[in-house]
Ligand binder design. Structure first.
Ligand SMILES: Cc1cc2nc3c(=O)[nH]c(=O)nc-3n(C[C@H](O)[C@H](O)[C@H](O)COP(=O)(O)O)c2cc1C
Length: 395
């Protein structure tokens, strides 16, 4: 049977996107020529490396792949704003993806100037970078006293800047939240929406973080104290929660960014309420060919599950959470015993070792002793062959 083709195109803040995949600001968007090249892999849009009025050279070493994630200590673009506006955006626009100019000003006038010039240079949208967790440490080492700690709890300065930017440009303006806003994500989102933001991107890196080389005792990254920002898989659960909370509380679209390296990750973000998804780390560690793989995986998933459009899964998790309330299943305190699929179980014994209640024994297959089972669910998620199932919400 021929597979039904799913149309993933959408409008984000009035801008036509051929699909919901965006390459986020990163070293894969460091120059116009790189953006043009990456656009061939099929993303709908690419966000430039953050354009700043006072570029600084990158500290070295600046990247490290760590267990579960990635750390980096790069700051904004290392080329001048003039170069971006004169040349790089023009070259980027020769590619097949929409170009989102990421900008960050140190004060209001600078932000307005960058925004105006980004629009004049032909950017399709503006992303306004908010807080980078390791930036102050690096800037202050290069230009002593130039930068205070990032604002984490008070969205008012951002709201004021956004409102002013909105007055000087006509293209959509998207604030990009830092993952360090997670505690107050809803407060930040409401302030951004009230200031006229056209969408919200969440999130930039979490940090500052540290990783140590035990052979030398040195931090893995360069910079005064070796601090960096954490990205990749490690931040996905935190950013997913931010995205769900933001999407439930504002009416502007959310772009989910953080730890997407497989199509399944993207699906989780859509279910949490994201309209589009962005990726950076995965492109760095796996290469840009993951972009078409993710797109294909999304389409296959939708077809196999019988969905006719992406819209049907956007915010699905919020609807499921609502159902818990309706069905009185917000707080289930009685255990349910998992079912074992005898065909899928390969008797590897992982579930037995993980069961702290001693409820699982494995001989030819795993078996659960209902009198000991606590119903915690850990065995379900630890089973490598997906032979164990448990659903507290099915009836
Ligand atoms: C090497 C690298 C450079 C980055 N540079 C920027 C940047 O210039 N501006 C920005 O807003 N975010 C920047 N980011 C953050 C990403 O755009 C993204 O928000 C973050 O990495 C989380 O997504 P991920 O887990 O897919 O990487 C950078 C990330 C990495 C890994």
């Amino acid at each position: 049977m021929e597979r039904m083709e799913i149309d993933l195109s959408l409008k984000l803040a009035g801008v036509e996107l051929k699909n919901p995949i965006i390459v986020s600001a990163s070293e894969f968007s460091r120059r116009g020529a790189v953006i043009k090249e990456i656009s061939k892999y099929g993303p709908a849009a690419i966000v430039t490396k953050t354009i700043v009025a006072q570029p600084v050279p990158h500290v070295r070493p600046c990247y490290a792949a760590i267990e579960g994630g990635f750390i980096n200590c790069v700051s904004g673009s290392d080329i001048s704003a003039e170069q971006w506006f004169k040349e790089e955006i023009r070259v980027a626009k020769e590619g097949e993806a929409k170009v989102i100019a990421s900008i960050a000003g140190r004060f209001l006038e600078e932000s307005l100037e960058l925004a105006r010039k980004a629009e004049e240079a032909g950017a399709d949208m503006i992303e306004y970078a908010t807080a980078c967790p390791h930036l102050a440490e690096i800037y202050n080492a290069m230009f002593p006293g130039s930068m205070g700690p990032p604002e984490v709890h008070n969205p008012e300065p951002l709201a004021k800047t956004l409102a002013e930017i909105k007055k000087v440009v006509s293209i959509p303006v998207i604030p990009k939240f830092s993952a360090i806003f997670y505690i107050d994500a809803v407060k930040w989102a409401k302030a951004a929406e009230a200031a006229g933001a056209d969408a919200i991107a969440a999130a930039d890196a979490l940090g500052p973080v540290l990783q140590i080389n035990i052979e030398t005792g040195q931090p893995l990254l360069g910079g005064p104290k070796g601090s960096g920002g954490l990205t990749g898989s490690a931040i996905k659960p935190l950013v997913l929660k931010m995205v769900l909370d933001i999407a439930e509380n504002v009416n502007i679209p959310v772009i989910g960014v953080g730890g997407i390296s497989k199509w399944k990750d993207a699906i989780e973000y859509f279910m949490a309420g994201a309209r589009c998804v962005g990726l950076a780390t995965a492109v760095h560690v796996k290469g840009p060919s993951i972009i078409p793989q993710i797109l294909d995986g999304i389409k296959k998933f939708l077809v196999e599950k019988g969905y006719s459009s992406l819209d049907e899964i956007i915010g699905l998790t919020s609807r499921k959470i609502k159902e818990r309330e309706i069905k009185g299943k917000q707080l289930i305190t009685t255990p349910k015993v998992p079912a074992i699929d005898a065909v899928k179980c390969n008797a590897c014994g992982l579930c037995q070792r993980a069961c702290i209640y001693g409820a699982i024994s494995v001989e030819d297959i795993a078996r659960v002793d209902p009198s000991k089972c606590f119903g915690c669910g850990l065995c379900v998620t630890i089973c490598p062959t997906k032979a164990i199932s448990l659903d507290y919400y099915e009836d």
